[in-house]
Ligand binder design. Sequence first.
Ligand SMILES: *Cc1c(COP(=O)(O)O)cnc(C)c1O
Length: 404
Amino acid sequence: MPEQLSRKQLINIATDFGTPVYIYHAEKIAEQYHKLKHAFKKCDSRFFYACKSLTNINILKWMKQIGTSLDCVSINEVMLGLKAGFEPQEILFTPNCVDFEEIEAGKNLGVIVNIDNISILEQFGNRYGNSYPVCIRLNPHIMAGGNYKISTGHVDSKFGISIHQLRHIERLVKSTNLNVTGLHMHTGSEIKDVNVFLQGLEVMFEIARHFDNLEFIDLGSGFKVPYQEGDTETDVNQLGEKVAEAFEEFEKETGKNLQIWFEPGKYLVSEAGYFVVKANVVKQTTATVFAGVNSGFNHLIRPMFYDSFHRIENISNPKGAERIYTVVGNICETDTFAWDRKLNEVREGDFLVFYNAGAYGFEMSSNFNSRLKPAEVLVKGGEAKLIRSRDVFEDLLRNQIEVL
Ligand SMILES: *Cc1c(COP(=O)(O)O)cnc(C)c1O
């Protein structure tokens, strides 16, 4: 089992490559994948890494090496996946509100196409009939997930075709002769309760009875990982057991032998990622002590966008007296990473690490305030390699056209 990266390793990388820096631990990613495989060993399962969480080409190549398939939400992610060496049929294309051309582009590249609205489904059926299989993304109307913003299965959600439109789907399938090989749902992120998945699965089974050519049911993701001490994670072993039973039961009843697919993002890469920053300024005000670091929501937006909690540690002064800090960035906007956090005394120049930074960290970064995006480093076999250079000033002007 891979240990966490040590303080010393993190400090060495921060010293060698500079800060802010994202660091990913390849073996930890593999460990997470194997945990899932093991949990679902009784099922005929496939796991599609939801690469929107982290798309560095080396991460994609590593996923291919360890054996995952790939879930892509844009045609560019599809093309990155192909470039990384995935076969088209190892790529599931699940875009939302894209135009028909983008769906066609996916089809022309030979990937598995997942359609999430009636309009596109109809166009696809009219154009291709049963000559190219499709998966249909459904909205099961289950409210779940850590946060409304990351919950996608509720009534107001823009995702998927409502299960209440089943009649409409059936009419379309019949009239255009569509070959529906899969049903998909993804209700949100950070679902602790395995019953939510099982409830979703029951809904999918009901719908599955209406389709003759079905080969798989895709339950999306929502696997939660621990973010803080005492935090729980989705009990994948229990889920695996229950899902296996449910599929067996379903097969007995209907004679249909279906695969189960999942699309983990966070589960595979969150804990494998570390974000190391430097404390620029320690600022005492009347109300609090701020630790101002050389980063902001331009690099890690989850705490501000989703109110997510990231464990922070002062790796430069692990024995320092504990004090309470509000950790903020250097952006001209309120960008508080953490309120009232107990840290070992922070001195200017110390390195602080944010844990659980693999998923939706670098991937959601921007150049806000004309600041540079951080570097990315991959640790594999104990060796640290730069896998993305830090932005340089010229990157800010790239694509700009001076007309004045
Ligand atoms: C974002 C997303 C995922 C991954 O969610 P995680 O919480 O990162 O595991 C899976 N499937 C789809 C369709 C998504 O949009």
